[in-house]
Design a protein around this ligand. Structure first.
Ligand code: GDP
Ligand code: IMO
Ligand code: MG
Length: 429
């Protein structure tokens, strides 16, 4: 019996939340291990739609949720999300949510710096979510972050804020943005402490005990391999590692505990922020995919850029992410298209290559090498078995499997939880 890690195989918003919610019925614990409230995971269960950013998607099934040390936690955003989800009838408390005491906090100054820097970049902006994710990870690595455990040592907070403000106010002032006052930040942290500390613990210990007791753990990734700070389309990436290996370091378990790696990919491609997108469609087909796929960012509300399925890119994600099986989502959005295209490699300056190179100039110049495949006239929407799929849709899925060099182990055919086809149970390894 394996644990499972779910990661995005494209540029995010592949449907990780839906898949994690569906798989959570087979797990006991759901763990977030990287990212922060830049993530937006939408779950549709009968007539209710849940939008989660920081809470592990297992909460909707009443599973124990854990926020690992690899996550950057905005305490205000977390409390607001808990309040929002409780208004929808769910309950979140210290008995079903645990937060690593080592997780770094996102403070208002992080979002301010994120936005000020994006504004200063002008046309070269990354298109971040503006939530302070990058600056918070920078502070962690620079050893000046205020972490969850620091809330339990209030007498140390003033000195920690001095160090943080020296850095941030210098930058903010240089960018012409308003600076922050120590007193108000300190008071805010002191007020947050009693609300956050009941959730805090060394989660690695609980995970170790769970693992020994044979309890199934589901690791929920945010963002995706092409947004990984090392393996993605740098600098148009997020500030954490999004590959499955991060689940170990970001939760405090050994690499063997991560288990089966399930990559999630849409049956086409989308991207929210700026950066290279070789198969992007700037025509009516792209518009149509955006409309039918309801491609609006859960966090940003921005229209997602849309394009054809990029098998070369997903194959790369399979390799660097250690993906053993693929969950293919949103097949239904392609219903009725007479002809589909799949990218198999790139042409860069007259040369054919099978992968996207690291250099941004080469990435921007990469032209797709398409193969064309016939579409299907029937509907896949809501299908719950292979038998319900049009033959040509099955052909499309099979061709994707060949090109990305990974089997499709799960298929999603609508936003609704149960419109899912299981080919192979990832918990069986
Ligand atoms: P995540 O960030 O990877 O969790 O994905 P998001 O939730 O941000 O975006 C995926 C969107 O697609 C959500 O609105 C889902 O409800 C929706 N979705 C997920 N799977 C399917 C599917 O198979 N078909 C359709 N039409 N929509 C889906
Ligand atoms: P989920 O988990 C899609 C993108 C932003 C921007 C870049 C950096 O829902 O798949 P950041 O705020 O992280 O510094 O922004 O990463 N981005 C996402 N795109 N889905 C996400 O999360 C994303 N999280 C960040 O649009 O291009
Ligand atoms: Mg999302």
């Amino acid at each position: 019996m394996a644990n499972v890690a779910v990661i995005g195989a494209q540029w995010g918003d592949e449907g990780k939340g839906k898949v994690v919610d569906w798989l959570a019925s087979r797990a006991e614990i759901v763990v977030r291990f990287q990212g922060g409230h830049n993530a937006g995971h939408t779950l549709v269960v009968e007539n209710e739609t849940y939008k989660l950013s920081l809470l592990p998607s297992g909460v909707v099934r009443g599973k124990l949720g854990i926020i690992g040390n690899g996550v950057v936690v905005d305490p205000e955003a977390l409390l607001a999300e808990i309040a929002r989800i409780e208004r929808q009838g769910l309950r979140v408390g210290p008995d079903n949510l645990r937060i690593s005491e080592s997780a770094p906090l996102i403070l208002p100054l992080h979002a301010a710096l994120d936005k000020a820097r994006e504004a200063a970049r002008g046309a070269r902006k990354i298109g971040t979510t503006g939530r302070g994710i990058g600056p918070a990870y920078e502070d962690k690595v620079a050893r000046r972050a205020i972490r969850v455990c620091d809330l339990a040592e209030p007498e140390t907070l003033a000195a920690k804020l001095d160090e943080l403000l020296l850095h941030h106010n210098t930058l903010l002032a240089g960018l012409g943005a308003p600076v922050f006052e120590k007193e108000s930040l300190l008071n805010a942290l002191l007020a947050l402490a009693p609300k956050i500390l009941p959730f805090a613990e060394p989660v690695w210990e609980r995970l170790d005990e769970a693992r020994r007791a044979g309890r199934r753990i589901l690791f929920e990734g945010a963002q995706a391999v092409m947004l990984d700070v090392d393996h993605g389309t740098y600098p148009f990436v997020t500030s954490s590692n999004t590959v499955a290996a991060t689940a170990a370091a970001g939760a405090g378990v050994g690499p063997a505990a991560v288990g089966f790696v399930l990559g999630i990919a849409k049956a086409y491609s989308t991207r929210v922020g700026a950066g290279p997108f070789p198969t992007e469609l700037l025509d009516a087909t792209g518009e149509m995919l955006g409309d039918r796929g309801c491609e609006f960012g859960t966090v940003t509300g921005r229209r997602r850029r849309c394009g054809w399925f990029d098998a070369a890119l997903v194959r790369q994600a399979v390799k660097v992410g250690g993906i053993q099986g693929l969950a293919l989502t949103k097949l239904d959005v392609l219903d009725g298209l007479p002809e589909l295209r799949i990218n198999t490699g790139y042409r860069i300056g007259g040369e054919s290559v099978s992968r996207l190179p690291a250099a941004p100039g080469a990435q921007a110049a990469a032209e797709p090498i398409y193969e064309t495949i016939e579409g299907w006239s029937g509907s896949t929407r809501g299908a719950r078995s292979w038998a319900e799929l049009p033959a040509q849709a099955v052909k499309y899925v099979r061709r994707i499997e060949e090109l990305v060099e990974a089997p499709v182990t799960l298929l999603s055919t609508s936003p609704e939880r149960d419109d899912t086809i299981l080919v192979r149970d990832p918990f069986e390894g």
